[in-house]
Design a binder for this molecule. Structure first.
Ligand code: CA
Length: 411
C-alpha cells in the first residue's frame, strides 16, 4: 500500500499507521481531529465535511466522539482513510482545493491533548519494575507483595494534570523527610521519569457492567507514550498506607498521536509466562502483548546530545492490557471514552532496560554520566527527558513519535 503523500524512509507514520491526534494548524484557533502521514497531517473534520468519511464524529475539539463510536467505526474509518490516501484513489489526490484545505505540513500544526480525559488509572504491571522498587523501598527478600502475581495492581491517578508532549514541567514542592530528621516542605530533590505506555478506552460501559477479558480489546482505542513524572522523596514519605499522591499528581506527559490496535496488530505477541495461572476472569488464550521498542533520553541544558539512558520493550509487561481492563471493571466500575490507563513503568530484565532513574542509578548509588561530562542521579532543572516508541519488522515501521518535557526550577 502506497500513498500519494510522500513518506520518507524510516518515518514513524506510514499509511499503515494513521494515528489519531488533535491538531491546531498555524493561523487557526480551532482544534480538530487529524491523522499523521509521513511529515504531513490530515484534517479529519475537513474530510468529513467534504463527505469523504462515513461518520459524523470529527466536528468537535477532541477524539471522544470517535472513541465512543466503537470498534466497527474505528476499523471502517481506518480502511476508508487508507483508501482515500492511497496512490490509486483520485478523490483527494486530484482535488487540489481540498488538499490545500485539509493537508498541512506536520511542522505547521500545534498538537493538543487528543481527548478530554475524564479518568486516569496507572497500573504497576512490570514484574521487573515492581521487584526493583520493592527491593529499593522495602526488602529485597520480599520485593513483590503477596497480591502482585494474582492481580494487576494500580492506583487511580489525576486526570487534570495530564499534559501534551512539549509542555514544560515545573519541579514540584512537597513534604519530604530524611531519615532521622523532621519533615520539611520544599522543592523535590529526587525528580524522576517513568517510561510507560497508556491506552485510551473507547466505548462506554454502564456502572455495574464488567468487561470480560474476551471483550476487553473492543473497548481499547489505542496507545500513547506516557511519562509519569515522579518525585521520589515526596513519594517515599507519603505513600504508606494509601499509595501515590503528590509524588505523582503534579504532571503526567503523553505523546500526541494515538496509535491504534489495528495498526499494531502485526506486532502482537505472547507476553511473559504467568505463574501462578491467573484466575478465570483474567485468563484468555489470546496473546495481548505487543513488541514495541521503547527508548528514553536525557538532554542536558545547553547540550546538543540526547543521551539514551534506557532501551526497553512493551512486551516485557507481565499483565497485559486486556487483563488490566477486565480487572479494572470486574467489580462494576464503568469506563468512558477518553479514559487513560497507563501500564506502569516498563522495565526489562537487564540494567540498560530499566524505565526510571530510581532503577537505572539504583537510587543514586550508580550515577549516569552524560556526554557533556555531567552526572545524573535523578533529573536536573533544565533537563529534557524524551521517550520514543516504535514497532518494526519486515520493512514495516509503526511509530509513536515522542513524548518530551523540560524541567523548570521549582517556584
Ligand atoms: Ca507510574
Amino acid at each position: 500500500m502506497r500513498s500519494f503523500i510522500d513518506v520518507p524512509q524510516g518515518s514513524d507514520f506510514p499509511i499503515q499507521n494513521l494515528p489519531y491526534g488533535v491538531i491546531i494548524p498555524n493561523g487557526s484557533s480551532r482544534p480538530r481531529p487529524g491523522t499523521a502521514i509521513g511529515d504531513w497531517v490530515v484534517d479529519l473534520a475537513a474530510l468529513e465535511e467534504a463527505d469523504l468519511l462515513p461518520t459524523s464524529v470529527f466536528s468537535g475539539d477532541s477524539l471522544n466522539d470517535f472513541m465512543a463510536a466503537g470498534r466497527e467505526t474505528w476499523t471502517l474509518v481506518r480502511t476508508t482513510l487508507q483508501k482515500l490516501l492511497s496512490f490509486d484513489d483520485a478523490r483527494l489526490r486530484d482535488d487540489m482545493d481540498l488538499r490545500s484545505l485539509s493537508i498541512f505540513p506536520r511542522s505547521a500544526v500545534r498538537m493538543v491533548l487528543p481527548a478530554k480525559i475524564g479518568d486516569y488509572t496507572d497500573f504497576y504491571s512490570s514484574k521487573e519494575h515492581a521487584t526493583n522498587v520493592g527491593s529499593l523501598f522495602r526488602d529485597p527478600a520480599n520485593a513483590l507483595l503477596p497480591n502482585w502475581l494474582h492481580l494487576p495492581v494500580a492506583y487511580h491517578g489525576r486526570a487534570s494534570s495530564i499534559v501534551i508532549s512539549g509542555t514544560n514541567i515545573r519541579r514540584p514542592n512537597g513534604q519530604t523527610k530524611a531519615d532521622n530528621a523532621d519533615p520539611v516542605f520544599g522543592p523535590s530533590r529526587l525528580l524522576d521519569f517513568e517510561l510507560e505506555v497508556g491506552f485510551f478506552t473507547g466505548k462506554a460501559t454502564k456502572l455495574g457492567d464488567p468487561i470480560s477479558i474476551e471483550n476487553a480489546s473492543d473497548h481499547i482505542f489505542g496507545f500513547v507514550l506516557v511519562n509519569d513524572w515522579s518525585a521520589r522523596d515526596i513519594q517515599k514519605w507519603e505513600y504508606v498506607p494509601l499509595g501515590p499522591f503528590l509524588g505523582k499528581n503534579f504532571a503526567t506527559s503523553i505523546s500526541p498521536w494515538i496509535v491504534t490496535l489495528d495498526a499494531l496488530e502485526p506486532f502482537r505477541c505472547s507476553g511473559p509466562k504467568q505463574d501462578p495461572s491467573p484466575l478465570p476472569y483474567l485468563s484468555s488464550n489470546q496473546d495481548f502483548a505487543f513488541d514495541i521498542a521503547l527508548e528514553v533520553s536525557i538532554t542536558s541544558p545547553g547540550s546538543l546530545n540526547a543521551d539514551v539512558v534506557c532501551n526497553s520493550n512493551f512486551k516485557h509487561l507481565y499483565w497485559n492490557i486486556c487483563q488490566q481492563l477486565a480487572h479494572h471493571t470486574s467489580g462494576g466500575c464503568n469506563i468512558n471514552p477518553g479514559d487513560l490507563m497507563a501500564s506502569g513503568t516498563i522495565s526489562g530484565p537487564e540494567k540498560g532496560s530499566f524505565g526510571s532513574m530510581l532503577e537505572i542509578t539504583w537510587r543514586g548509588t550508580t550515577p549516569v554520566t552524560l556526554t557533556d561530562g555531567s552526572e545524573r542521579k535523578f533529573i536536573n532543572d533544565g533537563d529534557t527527558v524524551a521517550m520514543r516508541g516504535w514497532a518494526e519488522k519486515n520493512g514495516l515501521r509503526i511509530g509513536f513519535g515522542n513524548v518530551s518535557g523540560t524541567i523548570l526550577p521549582a517556584r
